[in-house]
Design a protein around this ligand. Structure first.
Ligand SMILES: NC(=O)c1ccc[n+]([C@@H]2O[C@H](COP(=O)([O-])OP(=O)(O)OC[C@H]3O[C@@H](n4cnc5c(N)ncnc54)[C@H](OP(=O)(O)O)[C@@H]3O)[C@@H](O)[C@H]2O)c1
Length: 342
């Protein structure tokens, strides 16, 4: 565990990474405090803390709500007058929209230092297909995020080749990986909320190993945020929201012990993961996917307390030895190619 004073001490040094860092946040939600007392999402909190500490950063926020984004942009410009903040309006559950958003970024930037992926939904609905025939939850939590990475890899490589920071963070749930249904990875016939969660998380961890191995100058971080008070339950009915809110309030004295952390701490911890040398890309294979891991390269699974996730390493090793990383990657490309036409 890395304690908060250490996190805070480190993030004040982010300005030393140089002027003009480019960061893309695949989320913009200044969530309203209507659910469990949260005032913002993890992506928003990370964008805020990154903007606070970086020197003249270029920050891109991608999301659907323009009105809320413009309020947030004003806030970021107040926090750091040297920041350039842009908003791209997009429903990124549709992969073709991801392409358009990335094209917009490419027009202005040749390098990207940080790609932060946290767009997501918490829903009890079953399989709900996007116009491209992908389940919306699987798309937001996995395929769309891989498409962002794929599109912006040249920009991340460019940042790395000029000696700069080059990292991708996907916020989801390492430590909850599980058994994949390998002949139905996109869950056309085996859909359940549990399977959707397991597949998105497991495919993220495996794809990050593939990406880190193929791109050794870039770090790929799969983050488990813990329980963060955000607006993630916005689609739940008021009773369920009230119930969760009540339970969380009762648990307040033990929040830190059970992994429930304030959204500001989450933002700060994600800036730490995005910038600390502990999560730098590594040319040689090191044990970063877990204490007992192998072939980690620059792929990291990181806990809410900023330590490396150690659980489920046997499962990941098993998938590595069976060639499942390739199976998952080939499948991912097939789904993306079918949706985008290239
Ligand atoms: N909070 C937790 O305790 C927790 C725990 C474990 C894992 N996670 C994971 O962490 C990620 C971030 O969660 P969070 O708590 O920050 O949630 P959040 O506050 O609800 O933020 C999620 C973001 O996703 C965006 N989004 C949703 N659908 C979108 C779409 N179709 N197109 C573009 N943007 C979309 C939302 O923006 P708009 O609605 O404004 O478009 C919002 O900015 C999620 O994947 C979640 O599963 C969270």
């Amino acid at each position: 565990m890395v304690v908060i004073p250490e996190i805070n001490q480190h993030i004040t040094t982010v300005k030393n990474l140089g002027s003009g860092l480019v960061a893309v946040f695949g989320t913009n939600s200044p969530s309203l405090p209507i659910t469990i007392g949260g005032t913002s999402g993890i992506g928003l909190s990370t964008a805020r803390e990154f903007t606070r500490y970086a020197a003249a950063p270029h920050v891109y926020l991608i999301g659907r709500n323009e009105a809320q984004a413009s309020e947030f942009i004003s806030e970021l410009n107040t926090i750091n007058e040297s920041a350039t903040v842009s908003f791209i309006k997009s429903d990124v559950s549709v992969l073709k929209n991801v392409d358009v958003a990335c094209q917009e970024i490419s027009k202005k930037e040749s390098k990207v230092n940080l790609l932060f992926l946290s767009a997501g939904i918490f829903t009890t609905k079953g399989r709900t297909e996007t116009s491209e025939g992908i389940d919306k939850k699987l798309s937001l939590h996995y395929y769309s995020r891989v498409r962002f990475i794929q599109n912006l890899l040249p920009h991340l490589s460019q940042a790395a080749s000029s000696g700069g920071l080059a990292r991708v963070i996907s916020v989801l749930g390492p430590s909850t990986e599980g058994k994949l249904i390998e002949d139905d990875l996109d869950l056309r016939t085996h859909y359940s909320l549990t399977n959707a969660a397991t597949h998105a998380v497991t495919m993220t961890s495996l794809s990050m190993i593939h990406l880190a191995t193929a791109n050794p100058t870039i770090s790929f971080i799969h983050s488990a945020p813990g329980g963060v008070k955000t607006n993630l339950m916005r689609d739940f009915n008021p009773l369920a929201k009230g119930l969760v809110s009540g339970i969380l309030a009762l648990l307040t004295p033990v929040h830190s012990k059970i992994g429930i952390i304030p959204v500001k701490d989450s933002g700060e911890r994600h800036v730490y993961a995005a910038t600390h040398p502990a999560f730098a890309p590594r040319e040689e294979h090191v044990e970063t996917m877990g204490a007992d891991g192998e072939k980690g390269s620059g792929a990291y699974r990181v806990h809410y307390d900023s330590s490396i996730v150690e659980s489920k390493m046997d499962l990941i090793k098993d998938y590595l030895s069976k060639g499942t990383v390739k199976t998952v990657w080939d499948h991912t490309l097939e789904v993306i190619n079918k949706a985008t036409g290239n």
